[in-house]
Ligand binder design. Structure first.
Ligand SMILES: Nc1ncnc2c1ncn2[C@@H]1O[C@H](COP(=O)(O)OP(=O)(O)OP(=O)(O)O)[C@@H](O)[C@H]1O
Length: 266
């Protein structure tokens, strides 16, 4: 369909890239997520917060189709998850303990982030090689590209997983505790890399225990508690509800700090 001036209709540019409605998940016969609603828009950075076992990783995995929903629905870029095929638009950094392929070279792991862009049995194109090189440079691991993943330190392995997701050149980047085990200097490098992606329109959903340097990028925090969304709002408002100034009477009700179970917002 064309508008009167001939411009193609491309849809609502601010439509959510990710929308979860009433998502419930049971694992081992027990409810883990209970009616979660969540939307992430282009260029938005949403932090998923909450105590241990509140369901953050399960939610991320459910949103990517890695665990089945028992109720509710997920849309990626406006397409229901069961019909979604554009995985080249999605980057995923799992929790490190969940992924450390034995015997793989660093470059191979990062290059696997390009698979959704490539046709089978065709050698990588210049664009694929350039994306891998840029991703390795972004996490400061160019020199280690030929090493076995297993000989890298824990924090370096984490940076490899981040590079794999960056190599995808995603429009939606989902990261599960990406800064766990990463030193402060490289957390700041990661923050700058993400800031550049976000400025270019990439949306980010990031599970965090310690908001740390990434906090400067975060637009909104969503706090899970026992598989439900307990709070959803700007980080500053969550912080105000956790630490209300004693002398003001118009602040919202303080929330129970145990909901965050040690999560550090500031
Ligand atoms: N495969 C599984 N089978 C049974 N229960 C599971 C499974 N995976 C997760 N759970 C349970 O689901 C709950 C939520 O786990 P999840 O890993 O999503 O929490 P989390 O908020 O990411 O925690 P953390 O901050 O410790 O990483 C926990 O009680 C966990 O034991």
């Amino acid at each position: 369909m064309l508008l009167g001036d001939g411009a193609p209709v491309t849809g609502d540019a601010s439509a959510p890239v990710l929308r979860a409605s009433d998502v419930s998940v049971e694992l081992g016969g027990l409810p883990v997520l209970r009616g979660v609603d969540l939307a992430v828009r282009p260029g938005e950075v949403v932090a998923l917060l909450g105590g241990n076992g509140s369901g953050k990783s399960t939610l991320v995995r459910a949103l990517l189709g890695l665990v089945p929903l028992t109720r509710g629905s997920v849309e990626l870029f406006g397409t229901p998850l069961r019909r979604f095929r554009s995985w080249g638009d999605v980057g995923y950094v799992p929790q490190r303990s969940a992924a450390a392929p034995a015997g793989a070279k660093v470059r191979e792991v990062v290059a696997s982030g390009r698979l959704a862009h490539r046709r089978p049995f065709v050698p990588p194109r210049a664009a694929d090689r350039a994306a891998v090189a840029a991703a390795l440079a972004a996490v400061d691991l160019t020199e280690r590209a030929g090493d076995d993943l297993g000989v890298l330190s824990g924090g370096q392995q984490q940076r490899v997983l981040i590079a794999r997701a960056l190599a995808t050149e995603p429009r939606l980047l989902v990261l599960d505790e990406p800064t766990a085990g990463v030193d402060l200097a490289h957390q700041e490098v990661l923050t700058q890399v993400l800031a550049d992606l976000v400025a270019a329109g990439t949306a980010v959903l990031v599970v965090l225990h310690d908001v740390g340097s990434l906090g400067a990028l975060v637009d909104r925090g969503v706090v899970l508690r026992e598989g439900r969304v307990a709070l959803d709002g700007p980080l500053a408002s969550l912080e105000a509800r956790l630490h209300p100034p004693g002398h003001e009477h118009h602040e919202p009700e303080p929330v129970d700090p145990h909901w965050l179970d040690g999560t550090v917002i500031r």
